[in-house]
Design a protein around this ligand. Structure first.
Ligand code: KG4
Ligand code: ZN
Length: 353
């Protein structure tokens, strides 16, 4: 039958997330506990610290997801959990929790690839979205352009040769002295609205490489040099900057964003041309991952995609950033076609993974 209810658990990076989703696409619950505060205090993810933070909240987050969905473990069809890519110490917290539940309640398990989940969640929000489709996945650690030919059949058209765009946003935010209690991306997006995007002449990465790969390390360096040459004192938080200093920072933010996104636009345009040669029936480009919650990114990519005769599909922001719904949904997609693992032994010692 296709009346599945799946719990999804995600701990691959700095958010601890869980959700319960039904196979008709109904989201029964969604819980995210963020480590943003911790990150702001320490200026980055330290694996051991992140692991401890996940371990502290995992039981609570999962219980809350079950309670809000009004579902007991025995009502579940399976447990889905992110198995990679990500920090292994962090992934293990989620996997152990999933195995514990699945073992105790005799439930099948589905191991989920984090990036596949970012792409497939678009099929939950957009019922029309059939294979084959294209996806641009943009987050803190990944920058991927793929052609999704079918479930589990992905052709990589491009990836980053160094940093991902989200990393460039995060560093730009840090160097501009922005408030990092939320992640850096939204702070840069907001400040960029006040700035002149043409004022700083950053060059678009990899112009001479006629492929679909990405590079953001050079742009990061350009931003740092621009900040240094303009004497913006990044030691001073933006909230106490003079109005002149503030507008100078806004110009850098806007100029950075324009070029960072131009790089995406150029790569997407070429990728669509490539993909249509392999699969002429493609109608959609999915844009997902944390950076896809950016309004400027969405608007610019929408232009590119329309020009090429396709349609843009962007999940809502809460499903673009890391979340448990995308893991549960991907679990459903795989479970439906028989791709799952049998329940782990009930008496498995907790530390045997
Ligand atoms: O997918 P995600 O939540 O986690 C990873 O898998 O990495 O993506 C997080 C990244 C961070 O770099 C964050 O700064 C960025 O997404 N991000 C944004 C925005 N919201 C989140 N970047 C630009 N504009 C945004 N509005
Ligand atoms: Zn992610």
């Amino acid at each position: 039958s296709d009346n599945l209810v799946i719990l999804g658990i995600e701990t691959s990076c700095d958010d601890t997330a869980a959700a319960v989703v039904r196979s008709n696409g109904e989201i029964l619950s969604q819980v995210v506990s963020s480590q943003a505060d911790l990150l702001a205090r320490y200026g980055g993810v330290a694996p051991k610290m992140a692991e401890e933070a996940h371990a502290q909240v995992i039981d609570k987050v999962v219980q809350e997801a079950l309670d809000k969905a009004n579902v007991k473990e025995l009502d579940l069809s399976a447990v889905a959990v992110t198995i990679g890519p990500g920090l292994s110490l962090c992934l293990r917290v989620g996997v152990q929790k999933a195995r514990k539940i699945a073992g105790s309640f005799n439930l099948p398990m589905v191991g989920v690839h984090h990036m596949e989940a970012h792409a497939l969640v678009a099929r939950l929000t957009e019922q029309e979205l059939q294979f084959p489709f294209m996806a641009l996945l943009i987050s803190g650690g990944h920058n991927l352009l793929i052609l999704a030919r079918d479930l589990g059949q992905y052709v990589q058209l491009g990836t980053t040769i160094d940093d991902a765009i989200g990393e460039a946003y995060d560093k730009t935010a840090k160097w501009l002295g922005l408030d990092l209690r939320r992640s850096g991306g939204p702070a840069v997006e907001e400040l960029a609205r006040e700035g002149d995007a043409e004022s700083v002449k950053f060059s678009v990465p990899m112009k001479q490489h006629k492929d679909c790969n990405f590079s953001y390390a050079g742009l990061k360096t350009q931003v740092r040099l621009a900040i240094e040459s303009r004497n913006v004192s990044t030691e001073i938080p933006i909230s106490s900057a003079s109005s002149e200093d503030r507008s100078s920072r806004a110009d850098i933010a806007a100029s950075f964003q324009r070029v960072a996104v131009l790089h995406l636009e150029e790569r997407c345009e070429r990728a669509v041309e490539w993909a249509l040669k392999i699969e002429p029936s493609i109608k959609y480009l999915v844009v997902s991952g944390g950076v896809a919650s950016n309004q400027y990114v969405r608007a610019r990519l929408n232009q590119v995609v329309k020009k090429k005769g396709l349609e843009l599909v962007c999940p809502p922001p809460s499903l673009c950033t890391d979340n448990g719904v995308m893991i549960a949904w991907t679990g459903i997609e795989h479970f439906r076609v028989g791709r799952f693992d049998p329940p782990p032994p009930a008496d498995e010692a907790e530390d045997t993974i």
